[in-house]
Design a protein around this ligand. Structure first.
Ligand code: CU
Length: 94
């Protein structure tokens, strides 16, 4: 389980590394107000409400590469720069 905090104006951790084909389970929680958590490549888009209740997100990282994690809810002056990265490492075939 990967725990992520969304807050003005960053995701923590900013970079999340997983392996291709892995079922990803995340718990995303806000450190202040309302945010969004979006990874377009894997059709992930959730609102992260204010408060301490984490939002569970599950998806499979089917493709290797580097994909932006964006805030999909306007949250203030630094919103456009609020970005993280999901790094999916190619699975090594034995
Ligand atoms: Cu935000």
């Amino acid at each position: 389980m990967i725990e992520v905090i969304a807050k003005r104006y960053a995701f923590e951790p900013a970079q999340i590394e997983v392996t291709q084909g892995e079922r990803i389970r995340m718990l995303v929680k806000s450190g202040d107000g309302l945010h969004g958590f979006e990874i377009k490549k894997f059709k992930v888009s959730k609102e992260i409400p204010r408060g301490s209740d984490p939002v569970a997100i599950e998806f499979t990282a089917t493709e290797a590469g580097s994909f932006p994690i964006l805030c999909s809810v306007f949250c203030g002056d630094g919103h456009d720069g609020m970005q993280g990265t999901l790094v999916v490492t190619a699975r090594s075939v034995p």
